[in-house]
Design a protein around this ligand. Sequence first.
Ligand code: SF4
Ligand code: SF4
Length: 129
Amino acid sequence: MIYRIRAHHGMCFSFFQGKGYSGEFAENMWKMKRKLEENPEVVLLDETDDVCSCCPNNRDGICISDQKVYGYDRQTLDRCGLQAGCRIRWKEFVRLVEERILSAGSRKEICGDCQWTGLCVREADGGPL
Ligand code: SF4
Ligand code: SF4
């Protein structure tokens, strides 16, 4: 089985601590996080994925914030030098996200207007917003 991962979720998994849009959403995130730690191949997307499948904001396969999160995906892909539809080992993707976005302190440039941004802070971001 190949996990379908929308690109910006490569950042979200790094910060996930159990909070989310619903109990079902958080449970699915934990389950996926454990599976992804086994370093499977994943396909990167700029549309709804295996995280969105358990999210109450997913309406018939479209996120209610579709334009906004599509922008997050596009920027994540561009900064990592990757294309939507590409297949990559999870840990290689995490390495790119870490190196080119999170450690570089660039995360807020991509998703600083997300409702969870206050929970997704690294030292490289200069501390809490
Ligand atoms: S808010 Fe949108 S992009 Fe985020 S998990 Fe839910 S459906 Fe997917
Ligand atoms: S701020 Fe939102 S989109 Fe950005 S990493 Fe956190 S949860 Fe994901």
